[in-house]
Each structure stands twice: as C-alpha cells, then as structure tokens.
Design a protein around this ligand. Sequence first.
Ligand code: TRP
Length: 451
Amino acid sequence: MSSVRGEFSSRIGFIMAAAGSAVGLGNIWGFPTQTASNGGAAFVLAYLVLAFCLAYPALMAELIVGRHGQANAVKSLQKISKTKAQKAGAFAVGFGGIICAGLILSFYSIVAGWMMTATLEPVAQVASQDTVANWLSTQSLSRDLVFTAAFILLTVAIISRGIENGIEKWSKRLMPALLTILFALIVYVFMQEGAMKGLKAYLVPDFSLILEPKLLISALGQAFFSLSLGTSVMIIYGSYISKKENIVALGTYVTLIDVFIAFVAGLLIIPAMYVAQELGVQIFSETGQLLSEDTLVFTVLPALFDSMGDIGLFIGFAFFALMTIAALTSSISLLEAPVSYVVEQFGLTRMQATFGMGAIITLVSFTILFNFSSLFGFVIALTTQYGQPLLGLMCCLFVGWLWNRTSLLKEIEQGSPEIGATFFWKIWPWYIKFVCPIAISLVFLSKIIDW
Ligand code: TRP
C-alpha cells in the first residue's frame, strides 16, 4: 500500500474494482428486464446514447471530486465549497450519499441472498438432499434471514482487508470469472430453438418507440443506477486513484466495461426468454407485456434450466453463481462508503468500522425482511428513484458551479497534462453545468409526477 489511507496499486486494479461496483444485479437482470418491457432494441439504443452522453460525464464528476479531495465523500465535497452554507450543503450531499449507500446495501443483500439460495439449490439436488433443496427453493423468513446475513458477512470479510488486498484483489479475480461464465452461457443459449427470435428483438430497433418519454426516463435511470452514481461510492473510489493516473481514461474504461457487460447480459437473457417461451414457459401476457418483472429471474430461468435435463443443474448453478459474484463486487463498493467515512471521521480501525457497519446493515436488512411487504419496495423506491437522482444532481452542481474552472483543470491535468486541449475538456464542463442537472431533474420530476 503506497499511502496510509490506501490506494489502488494498479490501473487494472482500479478498473476492475470500479467496473465491479458498476456491474451488478442492475446490469445482468435489471437492464435486460427493462429492455424486454420497454420495446426491446429501441431501449438498448436509448440506453447506449444516454449512458455515454449523460451518465459518463456525471461519473467523471464524482471520480474527480474524490481524487481531488483524497478523502471520504463529505470531506471531498467540502474541499470545493467556499462558504459556510456550501460546506453544510456538502455535508448533506456526502452524508446523504453514505446513508443511501447503506440502505441500497440492505435491500441488495436480500436479493443477493436469493441468488445464493438459487446457486446452492442445484448443489443440494445433486447431493440428493431433497429437504435442503426444498428449503432453499421455497421462500421463507428463516431462509432469507440466513442468506442475507451470509451475504453481508462475505462482503464484510472482503472489505475488512482494505483496498489493495481486499477490494482490488477480489475484484481482479471475480470480474474475469463473471465474464467467462457469461460467455459460456451465451454460446449455450444461442444453440437453442427460439434464440434467434430473441436476438432479433434485442438488436433490431423499432425507431418509432425511441422518443417515448417513459422509455427515455427508464433508460436514464437505469444508466445512473448501473454506474453506481449519486451515492458517494464513486467519489470514494476516485479518492483511491493515484495522482499519476489519467483519470479521464480510467473513467472511460469503467463506463465502457459497464455498458459492455449490460449489453452482453442482454445477449444472454433476451434470447433465453424466447428459448423459455419455446419450451412452453409463459413470459409475455396477451398484450405483449412482460408478465412479472421482479420474479422473472426466479421463475423463467429455473424453468429453462429444468428443461435442459441434467446439464440444467450445472447451468443453473453457473448462472446464479455469476449473479452472486456480480452482486458481491457491487456490495463491497456499497459497504466501503460508510466504512471509509467512519474510519476517517472517527478514527476507528478498518476492522472495527467494517464489522460495526456490517452489524448495522444486517439489522436494517432484517427489519426489512420482518416487514417485507411494507418496506422492501419502499426502500428500493426511496433510494434508487429519489435518493440517487437527487444526490447525483447535487454533485454535478457542486462541480459545475462551485468549483473554479482553473483549479478543476489543474486537478484533471495531473496524470493527463494534455487534457486542456482535448474534446473532453471543451465539452465536459458545460455538460456538468447544464445538461446533466437538467436531465437528472427531468428523471427526478418524472418519478414524482409519474407522467
Ligand atoms: N451498479 C450496481 C448494479 O448495477 C449496483 C450498485 C453498486 C450501486 N454500488 C452502487 C447502485 C451505488 C447505486 C449506487 O447492480
């Protein structure tokens, strides 16, 4: 480790960790499901444009604030504030982001726990442990409590090891594993009946749908969730980037990887849905709507895997193991947000902070599980539909309006001295000042008004 507070030891380590945070359940299930329910290829096209034109500039803002501040989100944002009121605002945005990250982690762990049960169920079947297999595949409070806690414990174990040995090392191992399983599954699904129909729905856009407000808003929301924006997570990851690195190039790689994996996941899931349909599983209603978004993964896919015979057990195991891995590289970034704050603000050791935060998150997750019907959907809506867009917007305002342009350029020039003459520098400050805040406001307003 090159400094006391920890730093990524290599470019590839940072890229893997930040891409690991970005790539998660949002890409591998959220993106394909949204694609299917929002007009197929038209949604894919809108998503690609919005991810690069709006989410990418916002990601750069967060990374740059973090590297400039060299501290947690609160301190980093305060460093670019001048007046007392601005500093109070910086506290609200940074701290709000940390709370938002903690809340996202509490529901994310529940869903990831389901992924773990689905991973282990085929293993129990192969071992002829029918009672266990049954317990794993049937939703119950006891099962959910056990696996939510198990997932949080896994996250805690990685985070307690710090930046280089924890986050960086594990992301470097898990991310390539994820890609390998994803591609193997795509090859399998492409050989099945019905896959080509799915591929066509995924890749041939109906241009008349592209300007639908609902489609655009869903695509923008998905892009922001997918790049882990608005929760202070990317500010913190930015603070671990060395001043010698070309930060613009790093942010670009992370965006490319995130979008690429979402696109590849779509290549798997959309054709897989049509293959399932070919096998008699109903996935669309008569009006052409997707039947049930949230539970699709736990109904359609196991049905698909079952129909494959014995090999289906292995495929099912591989697929859900992939989902668990993707969730883990995201959850470690979510836990790092409160942990780094507590370590730097209250002087706790990383070990104390990680276990303390892990315990609090577990408590919140359990509270959600005990009051599932009233809290689960509420926490998801509160954090992803309101918290993230609002905090992301504030972050852009900080960089666009409060940060002096010369000092901003100075920060970015470290590691990329030629940046002042590039296209990026001509267009990005303007984007952060006007385009991003207006576009995010539109998403945010649309949730309130529900067009
Ligand atoms: N981006 C991840 C996904 O697509 C989830 C995630 C990780 C996240 N960290 C985040 C979402 C911070 C919002 C904020 O699944």
